[in-house]
Design a protein around this ligand. Structure first.
Ligand code: ITT
Length: 191
């Protein structure tokens, strides 16, 4: 089973493919870019992008929107995570949290599947906290400063890719998609 994935982020593509390969699903990069609206809802952003991508491709596809939500920053950067990472980066988040004792944070991910007949959302969340300093070398984005509450004090960047996917927001959302596609016995091929 093959589907397009409309994303400009090659790390997302690699992580999603390592998860979906266990379901016999291969994601191919979509030739058209992801159209991103501004909204406070990851699901709204992902659904709009999926509709636009389906209109342009006419083939079954997935789109994903994700973000880091920091409690004491009232959920910032949340849906603005991509821009915030490109502008102030991990260092900027650490500076915003200087002197802050509540470092609770979570990653959220919404995967939207769209075909001509239906559109479905799959949500994944992982909880943790923001480290005092970046640690580790694998992954991307905010991985060096995110400590999962499920992995004794290690940041996502200190985990192997498979360890991260086992507990990550993306792992959870794409596994839910994989299970749904497998259960519903759908067959897709690229046009
Ligand atoms: P596309 O929109 O093209 O898919 P993007 O990177 O811009 O790629 P988003 O708009 O969904 O994706 O932004 C999510 C940002 O949140 C992403 O750029 C990272 O900075 C951060 N992020 C999301 N998932 C992450 C993860 O697993 N590890 C580290 N940072 C992550």
């Amino acid at each position: 089973m093959e589907l397009y994935f409309a994303t400009g982020n090659p790390h997302k593509l690699a992580e999603a493919n390592s998860i979906l390969s266990k379901f016999g699903i291969l994601l191919k990069p979509a030739p058209s870019p992801k159209i991103e609206i501004q909204s406070e809802s990851l699901e709204e952003i992902a659904r709009y992008a999926a509709e636009a991508a389906y209109r342009s491709l006419g083939s079954p596809l997935v789109v994903e929107d994700s973000g880091l939500f920091v409690e004491s920053l009232k959920g910032f950067p949340g849906p603005y995570s991509s821009y915030v990472y490109k502008t102030i980066g991990c260092g900027g988040i650490l500076r915003l949290l200087e002197g802050c004792t509540d470092r609770t944070a979570r990653f959220e991910c919404v995967v939207v599947y769209a075909s001509g007949e239906e559109m479905r959302s799959f949500i994944g969340v992982t909880k943790g906290s923001i480290a005092e300093a970046p640690r580790g070398s694998s992954g991307f984005g905010f991985d060096p400063i995110f400590i999962s509450e499920e992995r004794d004090g290690k940041t996502f960047s200190e985990l192997r890719p498979s360890e991260k996917s086992a507990i990550s927001h993306r792992g959870r959302a794409f596994r839910a998609l994989g299970e749904w596609l497998s259960c519903s016995g759908r067959e897709h091929t690229l046009k």
